[in-house]
Design a protein around this ligand. Structure first.
Ligand SMILES: Nc1ncnc2c1ncn2[C@@H]1O[C@H](COP(=O)(O)OP(=O)(O)OP(=O)(O)O)[C@@H](O)[C@H]1O
Ligand SMILES: [Mg+2]
Length: 637
């Protein structure tokens, strides 16, 4: 110890523990007194070096904090410390002490029936209780928002901050400390949540680094790696150094316009062709189109409730309808696409009841078979049909439930039929809902038969189509995603994460193969969509080509369907067909030579081989001549 001089020029020497003989009662009392004095009154350090904070002013120098402190944390003015200690400990202790003291002082007065001094009558303990109650409430007001803030930061911390800081500290070769991480990365509020209030480019993340030397390549690696964790495509950073410590602010990346200009939107939509409909606009109002030819014949649209899924498909499908595509909407919510309701039946068919949707899908299965099995030269010439499946996940669940009941019913009917006639021709209904199977089939084939599936759902999961559906993602190479999180992004794509920008509704990521575009989707009103849809020429053919005069009634409306889909494309000889047609072979042979309406053979027989005919064509001819046949469920061959 040195400098124990006193005087105005030199600072007052600080008392230290060694000046007191703690083991002596006087020394101990003095020491304790000094500790209490500093603790409750001056707020100075009881031990340790202390800093240059004063009673009323915050410190201006950061003392002794370790390397990793990302920015200076200075001690606050001491009055705060003192106030806190007195509020938490000083006041309650004083009140409790007064209560105890009053008890002690009162005792002798009571003994002699004298009146104790008035202060002993103060209800110290009640005061303490009141103080505790008020204090708890005040603490709640102060603490609850803090707890909430800490709670709110948990998710962004887990998703962005910890991984970012982890990779940065690894590159720098300094230890990673989770507690420090929260202070090292400034993340704009709502980062990656796609909120609608804050425009994303208002602020960008900023990373504070510890004071270690940085060269250009380290900086580059940090920007690239941290940027990837933050979901910033092609990240770039602006570096700055303050007092030996560097921080980097990420630069805003290309974002779609906040608002679309109708004068640019309409011409772009109109100019697009049917296989490349414009779906949105990227930065600088650049139109971005889907690609039904090279990329994917099917489109998957995934977004939470109310994110604009239906509005998005409306833009694409009304455009495609204007170019002659037929549309089939399967929408159990019924009102997702008013623009497509009440159109002529050669433009759009709209189904919303589950049994109807089931039947419609069975019908689509027939159409699919018809197109697949028809003459090869017709492949690719069929009228393109867009099938829209709204809420795929829920719909498949409902279709499965419906089929479970239907199936039980069919089995009961079968059992009854067999009871009547042991040789009754009954077939066991399949386990898998034929409707769900058809969606999976369409998604697997599609392109060859000119049928294009669009599914919209809240989280279109891989198993929506069941075990036989295959990996649904594989078959949808074009995906559009709204309001995604890191998790849904990983679930729906195989490409590196891109953060979901905030901003007004209508921002979508279009993922085609391994390319990502962030676009703003234009919003068409029902009127506009309908006008666009009807702007093309009148359709020349029905939506489903498997129409041969047979009709099917669904919900009171007549829908054309192919009763003979099972037979269409089946090549048979006349002798094989005779039974089914309920005619003799001789009669068939004569008709084939004399009847002009007799179907043309599909394959010529040659020596020892019979000519082959399309069974469906034979049935149609037969029915036109001799009346309708009762065909069994298996196709009756
Ligand atoms: N591209 C867009 N631009 C601006 N607003 C939009 C856009 N898309 C949707 N909206 C707004 O969001 C609302 C809901 O859109 P939409 O019904 O298409 O969402 P959804 O995802 O299909 O909802 P749901 O889950 O109820 O089916 C629309 O009425 C519209 O106000
Ligand atoms: Mg919808």
């Amino acid at each position: 110890m040195s400098g124990q001089t006193s005087g105005d020029a030199t600072p007052r020497p600080r008392l230290t523990a060694s000046r007191f003989k703690i083991m002596s009662p006087v020394g101990f009392t003095l020491f304790t007194g000094r500790v209490l004095w500093r603790y409750f009154v001056t707020g100075r350090e009881i031990a340790g070096p202390g800093d240059n904070a004063t009673f009323f002013h915050d410190a201006t120098m950061d003392r002794g904090y370790p390397l990793l402190r990302p920015y200076q944390v200075l001690t606050r003015a001491r009055w705060r410390r003192v106030a806190r200690r007195n509020a938490l400990i000083g006041v309650p202790a004083a009140l409790l002490g007064m209560e105890a003291l009053a008890d002690i002082v009162e005792a002798p007065y009571h003994l002699f029936d004298a009146v104790p001094p008035t202060w002993t009558g103060v209800p110290w303990f009640d005061l303490l209780q009141g103080y505790a109650g008020a204090g708890t409430m005040a603490a709640g007001v102060i603490v609850v928002p803090k707890v909430k803030a800490a709670y709110d930061i948990r998710k962004p911390a887990r998703e962005f901050i910890y991984p970012s800081v982890q990779v940065a500290t690894k590159i720098l070769g300094v230890p990673y400390r989770k507690r420090e991480a929260l202070r090292m990365l400034d993340l704009p509020k709502g980062w990656g949540e796609g909120g609608e209030e804050i425009p994303i480019d208002a602020t960008m993340p900023r990373l504070f680094l510890p004071a270690v030397p940085l060269d250009a390549s380290t900086k580059k690696r940090i920007v690239a790696n941290v940027g990837a964790r933050l979901g910033i495509p092609n990240p770039e950073g602006d570096w700055q150094e303050v007092g030996g410590r560097a921080h980097v602010t990420f630069r805003a990346f290309p974002l779609p316009p906040v608002k679309l200009d109708a004068a640019k939107v309409v011409p772009a939509i109109e100019a697009a062709d049917v296989t490349h409909p414009v779906v949105g606009f990227a930065q600088g109002h650049m139109p971005v189109a889907l690609d039904y030819e090279e990329e994917s014949p099917h489109l998957l649209v995934s977004g939470g409730s109310g994110t604009g899924k239906s509005s998005l498909v409306r833009v694409v499908l009304s455009k495609r309808m204007s170019k002659g595509n037929g549309l089939i909407v399967l929408d159990f919510k019924r009102m997702s696409h008013p623009w497509a309701q009440g159109l002529s039946r050669d433009r759009a068919l709209y189904f919303y009841k589950i049994p109807e949707i089931h039947d419609a899908l069975v019908m689509l299965d027939q159409e699919l078979t018809y197109r697949m099995h028809g003459p090869a030269e017709l492949l690719g010439t069929h009228r393109p049909v867009d099938v829209l499946v709204e809420e795929l996940n829920s719909l498949t669940a409902m279709l499965r439930d419906y089929w479970r009941e239907r199936r039980a019913e069919i089995k009961r009917e079968n059992a009854a039929a067999i009871k009547d006639d042991p040789y009754a021709d009954v077939t066991e209904p399949p386990m898998l809902s034929p409707a769900v199977r058809t969606i999976a089939l369409l998604v697997n084939l599609g392109r060859q038969v000119s049928m294009f599936v669009h599914v919209a759902g809240q989280r279109v999961s891989a198993n929506a189509l069941g075990a036989n559906g295959g990996d649904i993602r594989e078959n949808f190479q074009s995906r559009m995603i709204a309001k995604w999180t890191r998790k849904t992004w990983a679930m729906l794509t195989d490409v590196p994460y891109v953060v979901c920008p905030s901003g007004p509704r209508g921002i979508w990521a279009l993922v085609q193969g391994d390319r990502v575009s962030i676009v703003r989707v234009p919003y068409l009103s029902d009127e506009e969509a309908r006008t666009l849809a009807l702007s093309g020429p009148d359709p020349a053919e029905p939506i489903l080509s498997s129409v041969h005069g047979h009709a099917r009634t669904i919900d009171g409306e007549t829908v054309q369907a192919d009763r003979l889909a099972g037979q269409r494309g089946q090549l048979v000889s006349l002798s094989r067909a005779a039974d089914t047609l309920d005619l003799t072979l001789e009669a068939l042979r004569i008709a084939s030579k004399r009847d002009d309406a007799f179907p043309i053979r599909v394959e010529e027989g040659g020596p020892g081989k019979p000519n082959l005919y399309d069974l469906a064509a034979l049935i149609e001819w037969r029915e036109a001549r001799y009346g309708r046949l009762e065909l069994g469920p298996g196709g009756g061959s």
